[in-house]
Design a protein around this ligand. Sequence first.
Ligand code: ZN
Length: 134
Amino acid sequence: MNKIEHIGIAIKDATVSIPLFNKLYNTEPYKIEMVESENVKTIFYQVGPNKMELLEATSPDSAIAKFIDKKGEGIHHIAYDVDDIYKEMERLKTLGFQFINEQPKNGADNKLIAFIHPKSTNGVLIELCQERKS
Ligand code: ZN
């Protein structure tokens, strides 16, 4: 793993949270993208060298809606940048880590992503992400 690529924060309502985070970061989101397959709206901020992702559910079936029902708003996942997501998944599976999705899938912001189940990582949801080569 190379570095933290971004931190994901679950929010209830983007119309409330965008103005809040605009003030906090003193900048506006550089990208807002719907991920239809996950039923989420993603809102990206660049904060110095770091990237933050706000996640709002667009349907009650969304994993984000379920997360907020259970735990409330807050930090949802930590994403790590990897060079080769297939190799890294293979390496971690061999070591016994459980993945939520068995194959990488298309995520927001031009990434291939995979989530490690928080059961295998002390309750922290971890996302691996690799820049999609287009
Ligand atoms: Zn993410």
